[in-house]
Write a protein that binds this ligand. Structure first.
Ligand code: AMP
Ligand code: GLY
Length: 421
């Protein structure tokens, strides 16, 4: 098969790495990819959101299967487009992607079908939202309805911060029309975990659970990022809990979507808060998580291409998906200044000196004509250790990190530490 992967981050490098292990794969293209994918696939310059150009690429190169990494092309209907061309593509339709692209849609769905979610109120009028805020106590959770590159949720610790978040979103429109509506949530505390599943619209097959770290500094301090690390599996999330979430959340969600006339196929990501053993959905995503994918797919034993085809063909129930009982810890190496402004173009050194079984997934990197790898983004690498348990995986990754270097490189020291201490 000839496969086209859309996206260029650590998640997509991991997808390419896993797909490349399939005996059914002859050639992989990535649009746009990074230096890591350039070493195992062919990078194309086509933009992930230029759907018509991707259509031409797919026809030109006789692509047999397309896999979409990021949410933006899903939300603009890339799956509907390739379905109309008759080219197999993995992911939900534009209508089904609303589960991620509209938090109001997701919240209404959960409320209608009795799927556990925070108590919340939706507003489309700024003055009404302001009046409601006045009667609340911090911490207050303010969420923009639409896609906001992971920045649309503000946990305000003061009324002043909550009012600013609301006016930024609804009045200044810092996220554009994504802020036409807001949700104000009750604030929950508990253990956060991501459970991501394959689904063909009928059968749901959960992956191993994972935790990600969103804050830039150790001990979850500082601003939010795209994700600074992850590990799998979390000790507190048992196989029974996976079963519970599958039966009480994932399956009911997939059935609800079918019932609403928007059958859901692809990957369904449930961002959960577990409170006294009870899972609550904070958000859905319509795609693989980043950086969860980097620690989840290395534990997948089954051929990923077989799974993706079974999802597209609607016979996921015929396939047994196997997972390794091992553990992974992944640490993101970022450019100094990220998630604010940062410089790029620094050579990445030491990649040849690390242990051979260390997994290095690239994100913001580019391959120079001279064969040197340069930084090209805020999050540069996700470095993943695999071991018999989290302690071994963690030791492996942190033992190797000092050998990899680029100017101003920064990483958190506490990824997966809570599982050890
Ligand atoms: P979301 O994009 O909805 O997952 O929100 C991003 C992050 O905000 C989550 O990973 C949580 O850490 C936090 N969060 C979202 N909703 C709530 C809530 N109702 N209570 C507490 N924290 C929340
Ligand atoms: N790790 C969170 C996300 O992929 O949205």
């Amino acid at each position: 098969m000839k496969i086209l992967v859309i996206g260029g981050g650590g998640r997509e490098h991991t997808l390419v790495w896993k797909i490349a292990q399939s005996p059914n794969v002859e050639k992989i293209y990535v649009a746009p990819g990074n230096a890591g994918t350039a070493l195992i696939a062919e990078n194309l310059t086509t933009k992930p959101t230029d759907i018509a150009a991707l259509g031409n690429v797919a026809k030109d190169k006789n692509i047999d299967l397309i896999i979409v990494g990021p949410e933006a092309p899903l939300a603009s209907g890339i799956v509907d487009y390739f379905d109309s061309l008759g080219i197999p593509i993995f992911g939900p339709t534009k209508a089904a992607t609303q589960i991620e692209s509209s938090k109001v849609f997701a919240r209404n769905l959960m409320q209608k079908y009795g799927i556990s979610c925070p108590k919340s109120v939706v507003f489309s009028s700024y003055p009404e939202a302001q009046r409601y805020l006045e009667r609340q106590e911090p911490p207050i959770v303010v969420k923009a309805d639409g896609l906001a590159a992971g920045k649309g949720v503000i946990i305000a610790d003061s009324m002043q911060e909550a009012n600013k978040a609301l006016s930024d979103i609804m009045e200044a429109k810092i996220f554009g029309p994504a802020g036409d509506k807001v949700i104000i949530d009750e604030y929950l505390t508990g253990q956060e975990v991501s459970l991501i599943a394959f689904t063909d619209g009928k059968t749901v097959s959960p992956m191993v659970p994972a935790c990600d770290y969103k804050k830039i500094w150790d001990n979850d301090q500082g601003p939010n990022t795209g994700g600074m690390g992850s590990y799998s599996p979390p000790g507190f999330f048992s196989a029974r809990m996976t079963e519970k979430v599958t039966n009480a959340i994932l399956l009911p969600t997939v059935r609800a979507m079918a019932n609403e006339g928007m059958p859901y196929k692809g990957v369904l990501y449930a961002g959960l808060m577990v409170i006294d053993g009870e899972p609550v959905v904070l958000e859905y995503n319509a795609r693989f998580g980043d950086p969860e994918t980097q620690v989840v797919l290395p534990l997948l034993k089954t051929d990923l291409v077989d799974i993706l085809m079974a999802v597209i063909q609607g016979n996921l129930d015929q396939l047994t998906i196997e997972w390794s009982p091992e553990a992974c810890a992944g640490v993101v190496m970022a450019s100094a200044g990220y998630p604010g402004s940062y410089k790029t173009g620094f050579p990445v050194q030491g990649l040849d000196n690390v242990d051979r079984d260390l997994l290095v997934f690239h994100a913001g990197t580019t391959l120079g004509n001279n064969g040197i790898i340069y930084t090209n983004g805020g999050r540069v690498l996700t470095v993943v250790g695999r071991g018999k348990d989290i302690a071994e995986a963690r030791e492996k990754v942190y033992h190797n990190l000092p050998d990899i270097h680029f100017e101003g490189c920064y990483y958190r020291k506490d990824i997966s530490l809570r599982e050890i201490a």
